[in-house]
Design a protein around this ligand. Structure first.
Ligand SMILES: Cc1ncc(COP(=O)(O)O)c(C=O)c1O
Length: 381
């Protein structure tokens, strides 16, 4: 049994999440976890670092074999080695896919902030379409709204699944509906699945595996960054079944930074060769319990509404009831809890709350937030 209650000392780790908080502020923002990285990965990195030679890296075919075996075991899908293309990390992979397509691209909002900035990075126009949300705070892609804004110059759609920040893991039916829409309008799907192993419902389906048409016109991207808690060791991979799409993608990547280095390659071998499977399972169990605790606590605060989190470790909190344009500032100043402002995902009056931390830290953050809202409510009267 791994002990996720232990609090690793982040001092000296050069972590942006902890660097930006001072005093007793609790960092419940940036999407990495306040747990040690996966132990087999740490060991592999330490062993590799002890080797005194750091030449140019060579990616062994064996690493592809590990990824292939992992996808077979976890999702029951068969990947051919040539479908895998290494990328410097997921976002440069998304940029390469956007640039190879040219033209406009679209996605549903709210959306992970870095993706929302890509139109500037890739120098391409974007169309953002709000998601649907029902009376139970359940979010889904609004297919009618996507259809309504379509134009021939839109060439691709970015899917984020599991979704950052609303925490959806899309069902097979939803993915098939999206696939039918994209096939009909000849849109390439760029599926960002960096959170795929943080699916807490056991239902994630890699986009390329949802149907033959999905496989034929898509770029699926993922990495070990989130699941093994190694986002500071950038690397990732694209799965592209269509040969001509793959060749265009590869030529777009030429001249970019190398994909991985000798340290990340050692880490990736352990991330996918099965050594971390037990740790990953126990992590998901711990996260499920954290999620349930956090959802139950927020459900008691009438000013805050949250959709049920199906994956990622990020809760999307609608704080409209607090009557402030900047609820992140509210919690920072009144509760000494740093959360991410919803504004960067497309919605002010919302915040994103990261619950991937030892339970004692989670409870402390929840206590502080609840108390801050209680005091605010009393003073309002
Ligand atoms: C949905 C999503 N995509 C991509 C990234 C970052 O990917 P990378 O660091 O591999 O470029 C993140 C990080 O939070 C994310 O949440």
């Amino acid at each position: 049994m791994y002990d996720f209650d232990q609090f690793p000392d982040r001092a000296g780790s050069d972590s942006v999440k902890w660097h930006e908080v001072t005093g007793s502020i609790l960092p419940m923002w940036v999407a990495d976890m306040d747990f040690e990285s996966a132990p087999p990965v740490i060991k592999a990195i330490q062993e590799r670092a002890a080797h005194p030679y750091f030449g140019y890296p060579y990616t062994q075919d064996l690493l592809k074999d590990h990824v292939i075996a992992h996808y077979k075991k976890k999702y029951g899908v068969t990947i051919r080695p040539e479908w895998i293309v290494w990328v410097p990390s997921v976002i440069p992979g998304v940029v390469a896919a956007l640039q190879m397509m040219g033209g406009k691209f679209m996605y549903s909002i709210p959306m992970y902030d870095h993706i929302r900035n890509l139109h500037a990075e890739a120098k391409l126009p974007v169309v953002e379409v709000p998601m649907k949300r029902d009376e139970n705070n359940h979010y889904s892609m609004d297919m009618d709204a996507l259809e309504a804004v379509l134009s021939p110059d839109i060439k691709c759609l970015i899917l984020c699944n599991p979704h950052n920040p609303v925490g959806r893991v899309y069902t097979k039916e939803e993915l098939l509906r999206l696939e039918a829409f994209c096939t009909k309008h000849h849109l390439l799907v760029i599926s960002d699945e960096i959170h795929c192993e943080l699916d807490l419902e056991d239902r994630h389906i890699p986009y390329f595996a949802v149907s033959d048409d999905a496989a034929a016109y898509s770029v699926t991207l993922s990495s070990a960054g989130k699941i093994c808690n190694i986002p500071g060791l950038p690397m990732g991979f694209a799965i592209i079944t269509n040969e001509s799409v793959r060749e265009k993608f590869i030529s777009r990547q030429d001249g970019l930074q190398p994909c991985g280095n000798v340290i990340t390659l050692a880490a990736y071998e352990k991330a996918y060769d099965g050594s971390c499977d037990q740790w990953k399972e126990e992590l998901r169990d711990y996260l499920r319990e954290n999620r349930d605790i956090a959802e139950a606590r927020f459900a008691k605060i009438p000013e805050i509404k949250t959709p049920h989190n199906e994956g990622t470790y990020l809760l999307w909190l609608d704080c409209t009831g607090l009557g402030t344009e900047d609820p992140a500032d509210f919690f920072l100043k009144r509760a000494l809890v740093k959360v991410s402002s919803g504004k960067i995902y497309g919605y002010s009056r919302y915040v994103r709350f990261n619950y991937a931390c030892p339970r004692s830290q989670l409870i402390e953050a929840l206590d502080r937030m609840e108390e801050a809202v209680d005091i605010w409510r009393k003073n309002k009267k």
